[in-house]
Design a protein around this ligand. Structure first.
Ligand code: ZN
Ligand code: ZN
Length: 375
């Protein structure tokens, strides 16, 4: 009885409040607003690691971007990202007549907004030299006010990159082939990069930048044990550049033990990352293979006729896999769209089928090969 009374009391108060609001003469027509809801990007972890969705390369009005730093956080939250880095250019400040140059400011402005939304914001910057050597992102930096703003000659390249090295930053080479057609020799393993790598001051390469896949970058990562990165390098509003309703932005999948800044750094340094953009994945063979098997499941045969059995195969993730039969007797091509199932068939009595995952790259010229065990 008491409960009924409480419910009645609550309903009465509620109606008084609603009534009072109506008496202001203002009707809120909220139904036309975009609903506030975060998209969940569904990618299962494996081996004790969770998959963090990360974009480590973005710009704001504090260099040549067109949005305020907090907008980057809001976009990332809506899209289901876990970790972001705002990496405004040090040496390129085209808006400095309107926005005061302050290389620490984008991080300061966005930090609390990110923390409130459970997004890890990593302090970062883009060291922007002439090409070659080109651009480098530095993550986990300290005070950026003393970084070198001048880039007229190559003489100061080393001094410029020395700043984040001294701060023990995680440094990666950005978009290595972005001037491949206009600057001869720029899409090569140049001496400047080789020296950094030999000193252990280069930690990764941006294999995907926006909608470009720098295939040589993948080979360098595999051959020289560097971290594979995939980022947007977004300058405008993210929704103007990506069809977010159908897909996600280009991003780095980080296999982390925990969702903390230290967890992200540990995973980056241990090279546990996979590049993802649209239907494409790129990274180390073992990681891609484990990811595939965490996402794709095959049920035991549900039907057999004339020595041929049917099996249900499911993709339980938001990733996409396209398979082409490599060995065995079974369905030739399998398209595994996000969160979908389909039926494949195979000659009865085989242990398994071998497929080439044609949109998953383990080298520039080599796709992931997966074993699908038949039961
Ligand atoms: Zn750049
Ligand atoms: Zn950039």
């Amino acid at each position: 009885m008491k409960r009924i009374f409480q419910a009645f009391l609550f309903a009465s108060i509620f109606s008084i409040v609603v009534h009072a609001q109506n008496e202001t003469g203002i009707l809120d027509m909220d139904e036309i607003r975009t609903p506030v809801k975060r998209k969940n990007i569904d990618i299962p972890g494996f081996g004790g690691y969770q998959v963090l969705k990360c974009d480590f390369h973005m710009h704001t009005v504090f260099s040549d971007g067109n949005v305020w730093p907090t907008i980057r956080v809001q976009e990332a939250w809506l899209e289901g990202l876990d970790v972001i880095a705002i990496s405004d250019h040090i040496e390129y400040q085209p808006k400095s007549d309107d926005v005061k140059t302050n290389h620490n400011r984008p991080y300061q402005l966005a930090k609390d907004v990110a923390s409130e939304r459970n997004i890890i914001l990593i302090k970062a910057t883009e060291i922007t030299r002439q090409t070659p050597p080109g651009h480098f992102n530095a993550l986990f930096i300290g005070d950026a006010s003393g970084y070198l703003g001048e880039r007229a000659t190559n003489e100061n390249d080393r001094a410029a990159i020395q700043k984040p090295i001294d701060q023990k930053a995680f440094i990666f080479w950005n978009h290595p082939g972005w001037k491949a057609t206009s600057v001869v020799g720029s899409y090569e393993w140049i001496d400047f990069v080789d020296v950094l790598h030999k000193e252990k001051n280069l930690h990764g390469i941006e294999v995907f930048n926006g909608t470009n896949f720098y295939k040589k970058g993948l080979d360098w990562c595999i051959d020289k044990n560097l971290t594979v990165l995939a980022n947007t390098d977004v300058h405008g509003v993210i929704g103007y550049e990506y069809q977010l309703g159908n897909a996600s932005r280009t991003m780095t999948l980080v296999l982390a033990r925990e969702k903390t800044e230290a967890g992200v750094r540990e995973a980056l340094e241990a090279r546990r990352t996979i590049a993802w953009s649209g239907k494409y994945l790129a990274g180390k063979e073992e990681l891609l293979n484990n990811l595939f098997h965490a996402c794709v499941k095959l049920k035991p045969a549900h039907f057999t006729r004339n020595d041929r059995s049917s099996y249900e195969i499911s993709n339980e993730s938001d990733l996409y896999f396209e398979l082409k039969l490599k060995s065995g007797n079974g369905t030739e091509k399998v398209f595994l769209h996000p969160h979908s199932s389909q039926v494949i068939s195979a000659k009865t009595g085989q242990k398994g089928l071998e497929y080439e995952a044609v949109t998953s790259f383990v080298r520039s010229d080599k796709n992931l090969v997966v074993e699908i065990g038949l039961k």
